[in-house]
Design a protein around this ligand. Structure first.
Ligand code: ATP
Length: 181
């Protein structure tokens, strides 16, 4: 990207803040109501979808929140593309790790409350990101059973995931034709 310590880190913070602000804005769109921003970790934006079981029950398709999360990742990519187009000196790169599964969600702490999510599914999502490919969205094989209905993937191979040994992983190629508008 560029030097994070330039101008004592101020410039990095300004750009990151603008970018995260744009990602936050996306969450106001009705199609992303099921998505929660959990937190930012360094320059990582962590979001989860379908945490509200009542909202999930009201969906036409029980997996709609999983598709919404993939759409959110694609919308984030558009934000990055626009950013790079508008500010020619930048060439920001987004790397996305995607996963789904059961999570434990809770507010933790007594006086300093903090909402977070935990579980194997969260760890794997994090690993899909950390072992991922710049500019691409990486998912584990088990995600295909649901996502392939709307998206096409290319097999990347197998990556070592701590606690899981090797996992077969796939990179998003495109949306399936019948779903593209
Ligand atoms: N709620 C969360 N918020 C932020 N990061 C998370 C969360 N849950 C899991 N992770 C991240 O997912 C990754 C995988 O977790 P895992 O339990 O497999 O390994 P770990 O022993 O914590 O690994 P590490 O050596 O990377 O700290 C970790 O880097 C962890 O920080």
């Amino acid at each position: 990207m560029y030097d994070e310590s330039y101008l004592g880190g101020k410039e990095f913070l300004r750009v990151l803040n603008e970018l995260i602000g744009d990602f936050d804005e996306l969450l106001r769109y009705p199609q992303f109501y099921c998505i929660e921003k959990i937190k930012t970790i360094g320059s990582t934006f962590m979001a989860a979808s379908g945490l509200n079981s009542k909202m999930r029950e009201e969906q036409d398709d029980p997996n709609e929140h999983l598709y919404a999360l993939m759409e959110f990742a694609l919308a984030m990519q558009d934000v990055i593309d626009n950013f790079n187009r508008d500010l020619l000196e930048f060439n920001l790169i987004l790397r996305v790790g995607y996963n789904f599964g059961d999570v434990t969600a809770a507010v933790i702490g007594n006086t300093k409350l903090y909402y977070d999510i935990w579980g194997d599914a969260v760890n794997i999502a994090s690993r899909m990101d950390s072992t991922g490919v710049n500019g691409r969205i990486q998912v584990g094989e088990h995600c295909l059973s649901i996502l392939e209905k709307r998206y096409a993937f290319q097999k990347r191979g197998s990556v070592y995931v701590k606690g899981k040994d090797n996992m077969d992983v796939y990179l998003l190629l495109r949306k399936n034709d019948e779903c593209s508008v």
